[in-house]
Design a protein around this ligand. Sequence first.
Ligand code: CAA
Length: 260
Amino acid sequence: MEFKLIIYEKNEGIATITLNRPEALNAFSKEVVSEVLQAVEDARTDENIRVVILTGSGEKAFSAGADIKAMIGMNALKARELSLMGEKLCVAFGNLEKPVIAALNGYALGGGLEIAMSCDIRIATENAKMGQTEVNIGLIPGWGGTQRLTRLVGPAKAKELVFSGRIIDAKTAEQLGIVNMVVPADKFKETVRQFALDLAAKAPVAVKVAKALINKGADMSLDSALELEREGFGVVASTEDLQEGVRAFTEKRKPAFRGK
Ligand code: CAA
């Protein structure tokens, strides 16, 4: 696979997608989105891959959002297309049956934050900064920011952030529940890697079903979601990995899960 705007690497069961347009703070152009979608599809179909990491190249940014320079002269139809394009990527991460970690190595703004919020886990460096900054250029979030941010932090804080376009630091984002953890810059890469390796060692079917239940359940009544959980519990209980997990527990050793 040949990529021009991302770096795609596979190692120890982890697929890492690095947005690689540091000169534009890793802004998402149509071409970047298309390359990331191809990489996600590869990670989805590669049985050896258990976890995906999405990050940015350079010291400054994870991603500064959608490519603003491509918006000159944008009309309503083009804007709708732009919105669909980003949402397609968010849905690809949300539906991927493997956990996705957004490693926020710097600015995560506008569409950059929206893509990060469609991932399962967000780990940020101390100097990362986040914001739904669209109002600053006369726009609104178009890749799910009004919805996913609201689900993460509640309507009051979501309105504060979206209306003001304010950029917050990583610690504030952690307190609000936007990021899972904040790590000093010198420990960032290793912490993300260890976190990914830890997830990669878990039973893949259990993780996959848990992800689907958490994602789908958010839009359902509690009763229906609990019923779905019972079905999922049954599915996971039918895997060889459950028997391996129970055997490993009784034999006081680490389980070797095979995703079956
Ligand atoms: N699109 C295209 N290019 C971008 C970009 C973006 N989103 N963000 C930064 N760049 C470019 C700059 O134009 C600049 O390029 P040139 O040297 O060719 O001028 C380069 O990246 C470096 O950026 P700055 O010189 O601005 O760097 P800075 O350190 O002074 O500022 C910043 C950093 C605060 C992140 C600032 O770049 C900024 O505010 N960027 C825009 C962030 C933003 O508003 N994002 C939302 C985009 S809209 C969106 O995403 C809609 C949606 O919901 C889908």
